[in-house]
Design a binder for this molecule. Structure first.
Ligand code: PXG
Length: 457
């Protein structure tokens, strides 16, 4: 059945009648109708009205190798023909998850040699929480089970993910979060640095909020700290250079494990294979998903360090946890093909040495000069633009003006897909972007800012 037999209006009517969308106000959606994205190629997506849109969000922070890669389609097809599914329970497995695990151990930072699979970042973080708490229990410290996280962190949308995350609106709808999770301030200088406070000092202060939380709970009660190297969905909040080394020092001092959530930063986004390498931080667990398959198939991999895995293996007995699709052979085959492309095309190096620095420069020199931009920032190929009343200012628009949403809508109308987090505009494009795509994105965003500035007066 082809969608081409349907008009956009017919598809929208069916969508409104039967489809509940993620993170969506349905009353609003149903008055406007959803934009139908019908195909994509390289860095571009196409909607059902035939508009070509440069995808500044790589789908949803995931399509790192761009769209339309035959190799991944072939890998899935071949695997489906050979063996579409078999499980990894009950002393069985299949070859592709094994080969992928070995590949991930090779790519991962030293000491993270074991992999537990799921289908999403939310599932992987659920596994990480279970594993970390189980670890301390096996080590005879079951009461060491508090996890420290940060306000505005995003760690998924399952009850565990949302509880770990620090999104107030999500907590408001949880009706009972997973217990023993504590949230502290994020390292977000644009909003939280005091006037005159250096980036360095602010980074230390934000990291010491974690130490304060450990001292308040008692180190013998704190299992782990969890953080995204760069907070993604919270608004590409890039920590000062002083932040992660201080977090590492504090965690070591109190024997608190470090859980790094690389669902967005994993597989090249920051210009290193993993964001923790960008920040020189050593993790006990690394959560990955999204770009592991460039979004072509749903797959997550929790990378587990030696300390936890050896206890699990030696003392753990059976770990009562797993998903039907843990180690799905088709998803793993697609992941292998995807990692092969990232390596072969040198995408990580290109982000580090060429497109990442170029993106940062052009963003600052064009968008950063605009009258309604307070700040631009980026690392690798993830960036943010803060909308403000006046260039370089920190004064926000009234929330009722919905400036961020307006800029997003005008950007899409100008041929650029971006995401707005409140009044923070986000770019997280495919890693195949060349300099010409960076230029194109900044021109289109600039035009959108002009349009909105004219409307807001
Ligand atoms: N951790 C991080 C850091 C994420 O960004 C998850 C976990 C959960 O992954 P799954 O696969 O369960 O969605 C994410 C997901 C947004 C947005 O609005 C971001 C995500 C998901 C949906 C929307 O920017 N990140």
């Amino acid at each position: 059945m082809s969608y081409q037999n349907y008009t956009t209006e017919q598809l929208q009517a069916l969508d409104n009648a039967h489809h509940l969308h993620p993170f969506t106000d349905h009353k609003q959606l149903r008055s406007d109708g959803a934009r139908m994205i019908v195909r994509a190629d390289g860095p571009f997506i196409y909607d059902s009205d035939g508009n070509e849109i440069l995808d500044g969000m790589a789908g949803l922070w995931c399509v790192n190798i761009g769209y339309g890669r035959d190799e991944l389609a072939k890998a899935a097809y071949e695997q489906m023909k050979e063996l579409p599914y078999y499980n990894s329970f009950f002393r069985c497995t299949t070859p592709t998850p094994v080969l992928l695990a070995a590949k991930l151990a090779e790519l991962a930072p030293k000491g993270l040699n074991q992999v537990f699979y799921g289908s999403s970042g939310s599932e992987a973080n659920d596994t990480a929480v279970r594993l970390v708490r189980h670890y301390w229990s096996l080590e005879g410290k079951p009461e060491k089970n508090i996890i420290i996280s940060r306000n505005t962190a995003y760690h998924g949308s399952s009850i565990t993910g949302a509880s770990l995350g620090g999104m107030a609106a999500m907590h408001g709808q949880l009706h009972g979060a997973v217990p023993n999770i504590v949230h502290v301030m994020p390292p977000y200088s644009y909003e939280f640095a005091h006037a005159g406070e250096s980036d360095h000092d602010f980074g230390l202060r934000a990291a010491r909020a974690v130490e304060d939380a450990i001292l308040e709970a008692g180190a013998d009660k704190v299992a782990a700290f969890i953080g995204e190297p760069v907070m993604g969905a919270g608004g590409v909040r890039i920590p000062p250079a002083s932040y992660w080394p201080e977090i590492q020092r504090v965690c070591r001092k109190y024997d608190v494990l470090l859980m790094i959530d690389e669902v967005i930063t994993g597989y090249g986004r920051t210009g290193a294979w993993f964001g923790c390498e960008t920040y020189g931080v050593e993790a006990d667990t690394i959560t990955t998903a999204k770009a592991l398959t460039s979004g072509y198939q749903p797959l997550s991999a929790l990378l587990v360090g030696e300390r936890i895995s050896s206890t699990l293996v030696e003392k753990g007995g059976e770990f009562y946890h797993g998903y039907t699709y843990s180690g799905h052979p088709v998803c793993c085959a697609v992941a292998l093909a995807n990692l092969d492309i990232i390596e072969r095309e040198g995408l990580v190096e290109r982000v580090a040495n060429d497109t990442g620095p170029y993106f940062s420069k052009v963003l600052a020199e064009t968008i950063g000069k605009h009258a309604m931009v307070g700040e631009t920032r980026s690392i690798g190929l993830m960036g943010a633009v803060e909308l403000a009343r006046g260039n370089g200012s920190r004064e926000r628009f009234d929330p009722g003006q919905a400036a961020g949403e307006m800029v997003r809508d005008h950007a899409v109308a100008n041929g650029l897909m971006v995401r707005s987090v409140g009044d923070t505009m986000i770019l997280s494009p495919p890693l195949i972007w060349g300099r010409e795509h960076v230029d194109m994105a900044c021109e289109r965003l600039s035009r959108a800012l002009d349009d909105v500035a004219a409307r807001l007066g």
